[in-house]
Unconditional design. Structure first.
Length: 161
């Protein structure tokens, strides 16, 4: 009986430790900007593409607006053309399903909207042969739904670095 090959770091799609300092800083900035600008408990999910803290474009995801995988892929292509930066990041900002007293406890839950936009971003970036960095951002964390890698903060502040 043949044994299964061991999984290597490249076998699993998504982000893996160690992250580069530049990417770590950008993902932290995405969480920080989201925390600083979104004060409502419930809000539309936004798909962002670009550089957190730099040039970016965003698209609001409305549950009542019909979309299909190909339309979402076209939206990602359009966003990428509009932003015009090398190596953009795709991040989806959304509210959490957790009650306020539960925020900070346990892991971030992956939701359907996360996977719908991940599929679109994956397809769009695959079509142009570019590597994809995709994370879900909430008020206190980011999560890569492909690898499960995440970061969480209790108190996030702007800092000079």
């Amino acid at each position: 009986m043949a044994s299964m090959p061991a999984l290597s770091e490249t076998s699993v799609e998504g982000l893996h430790e160690p992250l580069s300092p530049v990417l770590e800083k950008r993902l932290r900035r995405a969480v920080l900007d989201h925390t600083a600008t979104e004060h409502r408990r419930s809000f539309l999910a936004l798909v962002h593409l670009g550089i957190p803290g730099g040039k970016e474009v965003a698209h609001a995801h409305r549950e009542d607006e019909p979309t299909d995988p190909w339309l979402r892929t076209d939206i990602i292509h359009s966003m990428r053309r509009r932003v015009g930066v090398p190596d953009p990041i795709v991040w989806l900002t959304r509210s959490t399903a957790a009650k306020p007293e539960e925020i900070g406890a346990g892991d971030l839950e992956i939701e359907d909207v996360d996977l719908r936009w991940l599929a679109a971003a994956r397809q769009a970036f695959r079509e142009i042969g570019a590597p994809l960095t995709y994370v879900v951002v909430t008020r206190n964390a980011w999560l890569d739904p492909r690898s499960g890698l995440s970061r969480r903060w209790k108190r996030l502040r702007y800092r000079n670095d």
